[in-house]
Design a protein. Sequence first.
Length: 416
Amino acid sequence: MRDKIIEKIAQLPQSPGVYIFKDAEGKIIYIGKANALKKRMQSYFNRLLSTKNQVMVSKIADFEYRTAPSQSQAQLMESALIKEHLPQYNISLKDDKSFPLIRITDEDFPIVSICRRKKALKNDTALYFGPYTDAGLLRQALKAIRRIFGFRSCKQLPRTMCLYGRINLCPAPCIGKVSRSDYRDTVKAILMFLESKHSQLLDKLSLKMHEAAHRRDFEEAARVRDQINALAAVTATATPPATIALTQSEDLGKALGLKRTPGRIEAFDISDIFGQEACGSMVSFYKGLPDKNHYRRFRIKTVTGIDDYKMLAEVVARRYSRLLKEKLPLPDLILIDGGRGHLLTAGKELEKLGLQIPLVSIAKDRENVYTKEKAQPLRFASEGPALNLIRRIRDEAHRFALSYHHVLRRKSTLGK
């Protein structure tokens, strides 16, 4: 059981997210957040633990994980899941009143704020979310929510519009710029965001945008469209809805200066441990979503020893020489997991085949994105739609390559 869990951990991405431990009966026993999922999960099995954690780890039979685009998003997700499942080993977090909470008051135009403890009042009907373990990350998350939706934070409504209203971080109910029902809709959207109901929220906003456009209220449709785009930038999930995927694809095409939005993106990764059972993977995304029917695996045939560049060259050459031979459609964009050297290696193979397909690579350490045209990496918004799509495709290619590598190793072991 332990070996199977460790093998599963090896396939995790090094990205922020939430991990969910389950016991032998499938019951959730602990939910935690991580800045780097793989590193955090490995720490449970690679170092000495406290007595409490040793007991918990001994009960782990399986786990799930969910990626997040940032630490602050992971923290919001963690709290929402703890509130929903009430895991046994999260009791201390649920009960500790010293951690910050998000408070939403119950009034015509609710106030959204951070507090340290629930109000000890019998008539307090406010909603509370949390507790959250990191106040700094919580403030970052609340700033993101405010940029997307806007909300009231003043204790008393002023007679004139404040700075937040002038910079569109508050809908300014103080001067009647927003109706009570519209503000309530905004608060409902914030509640769905805090409960990590991102897919449902995006579906709701998409419907709202189309309804506004249908009644020719184009100003409202544009406002909701901007909310959808902003959500796409901060809520990248493992299986995003079509709205997010389309937005990410469009943003990526613009960031790379492509003539059109990339419909089909193919990404490559190489997996080998000390040169043994080397293999390559290719994942295919269509309109920003995984298209697993077009995934491909490549067992390295011509390279011995450890040489990622030659292995990548072999895989790229095999893939596109076959597409040309069989007269199959070519992708709109190719993504390589690696630095500029890997990019140039793949580019040479495409040139040999007479192909001019747009090509980018993403380096592991600093997530620099390279193109053939520029020696220096491109600058992407750290949590923007374009980079989130590249990350998601890169992680999927890595996962797929690693899973095939493990299959080959098991076959090799059994064959001895």
